[in-house]
Design a protein around this ligand. Sequence first.
Ligand SMILES: NC(=O)N[C@@H](O)C(=O)O
Ligand code: NI
Length: 165
Amino acid sequence: MKGDPILRAEPLTAAAFAPFGDVLAADGPPDRIINQGNCGRFHDRARLDFGPGGRAGLSIFEARPRALPYTCDLLERHPLGSQAFLPMNGKPFLVIVAPDCGGRPGVPRAFVTAPGQGINLLRGTWHGVLTPLAAPGIFAVLDRIGEGANLEEVRLDPPVHVLAP
Ligand SMILES: NC(=O)N[C@@H](O)C(=O)O
Ligand code: NI
């Protein structure tokens, strides 16, 4: 709708994303060379957190691909654990995050990943749901399995319209 907030997506960088989570990528020199020199290990690159009473779960998501401009009308967060999305299609996807302001999302930011980049959302980070930008929208997802209310959702009214970088 006319007058709704507009957000221009940014290319994802580890520095810009740091307050919200981690960027998983084979960027720069590896931390270790393993497997008889045939493999670079980018070691322990995500701040994983499954909280008390939880454990790590590895799932596969197949999400419907979207296109930019994209209308975001919902943000959510997981107060009990982190959530990592690793694309199995090697394609860019859209990541929308927001700071917390008194228990509600603040001004959101949108990022488009580079091919092959994955993300890990810190526990409690407000985010849009998984938003592939290309088919097949297949991702490995590492997040918390356990008891407790680990999903808070907030409807955005008006919604935010996200434009390509
Ligand atoms: N609900 C669920 O499993 N997925 C969302 O948390 C998401 O961030 O896509
Ligand atoms: Ni989530």
